[in-house]
Design a protein around this ligand. Structure first.
Ligand code: PEP
Ligand code: MN
Length: 338
């Protein structure tokens, strides 16, 4: 961190800042310019960020230079990480298709969606048992029974499962079934949930908050990593903008920035990003072309009867087409399908 002193700051002001930093266990290097003095802070920056240096007399500006996230940053870990999810893997050396129903509604519906996912070339099955719905009157998911159905789908198809955990008190029993936990957009900054997930050793897919900056998203990942779980997959799922034509706005460049900033795999969910089925395939192809590590797509045997997110769900036939297109594009780009 660097503290820039005002031109009129006195020697006393400068010394007061330097002492405050030393009292916090850091070192302060004072560099006197012709017009302004700057003070470089060296040491564990987490100790300085909470100091009210900005309020001290003579201080003009306090600037952070290093990244606030450490464990998920590329700095400490330049090579990209591949995360194993059951028998599958998500990382930069292959491209994965994750597919399945938005919500598990019944055994029959989930099984049909799971076999469609498998037939389309998916290596991981998605499906929500606990659904964080905007309206309390909407279908809230089958809960425990939904988890059992997902386990049956895994037994039938051999696909590992990613499913959402919505509350810190659910982490243990969801983790007992899931191969990968999902933290949804609405919970990206539920820090107690993140800490709990961080104490498991389950791979965790962390979706980007719908109004979160990339830095906030990576800080959320840092919460999980800092508690001991570094098995994190980041998922860009669209952000809120002023544009109402799509449910959200897919931030593809944000996906790339996140890949540059961290060693973690970054994937894209074109279903929740667009909310419109006809946009899912083109955005999935765009995500692959831009270098995403996987895409996650909603599938439903009868989208018109879906209890959750029907307008964005692909039918089994439609997802088979997308799966084939992605495989062809991956080949053309020299990427292996996971
Ligand atoms: C989901 O993937 O089922 C979901 C609820 O997504 P999001 O948290 O991105 O809205
Ligand atoms: Mn959904």
């Amino acid at each position: 961190m660097v503290v820039v002193m005002k031109a009129e700051a006195t020697e006393e002001d400068i010394q007061r800042v330097a002492e405050k930093v030393r009292d916090a266990g850091g070192e302060a290097f004072v560099s006197r310019g012709k017009y302004q003095t700057i003070i470089g802070l060296v040491g564990d920056t987490t100790r300085f960020t909470s100091l009210p240096l900005q309020l001290m007399p003579g201080v003009e500006n306090v600037m952070r230079i290093g990244k606030p996230y450490k464990m998920v940053a590329r700095g400490l870990h330049p090579a990209p990480t591949t995360i194993k999810v059951g028998t599958a893997a998500v990382g930069r050396d292959s491209f994965a298709l994750i597919a399945g129903p938005c919500a598990v509604e019944s055994e029959e519906q989930a099984m049909a969606a799971a076999s469609a996912a498998k037939a389309a070339g998916a290596s991981i099955l998605r499906g929500g048992a606990y659904k964080p719905r905007t309206s309390p009157y909407s279908f809230q998911g089958l809960g425990e029974r939904g988890l059992e159905i997902l386990a049956e789908c895994r037994a039938e198809t051999g696909l590992p499962i990613v499913t959402e955990v919505v509350d810190a008190s659910h982490v243990e029993h969801v983790a007992a079934v899931a191969d990968c936990l999902q933290v949804g957009t609405r919970n990206m900054q539920n820090f107690e949930l993140l800490k709990e997930v961080g104490q498991t050793h389950k791979p965790t897919m962390l979706k980007r908050g719908m109004a979160a900056t990339i830095e906030e998203w990576l800080m959320a990942a840092e919460y999980v990593a800092q508690r001991g779980n570094q098995e994190i997959i980041l998922c860009e799922r669209g952000i809120r903008t002023f544009e109402p034509a799509t449910r959200n706005t897919l931030d593809l460049s944000g996906m790339i920035v996140a890949q540059q900033e961290t060693h973690l795999p970054v994937i894209v969910d074109p279903s929740h990003a667009t909310g419109r089925k006809e946009l899912v395939a083109p955005m999935a192809r765009a995500a692959l072309a831009a270098g995403a590590d996987a895409v996650m797509i909603d599938v439903h045997p009868n989208p018109e009867d879906a209890l959750c997110d029907g307008p964005q769900a692909l039918t089994p036939d439609e997802v088979a087409v997308v799966g084939a297109e992605l495989a062809a594009l991956a080949r053309a780009l020299g990427r292996r399908m996971a």
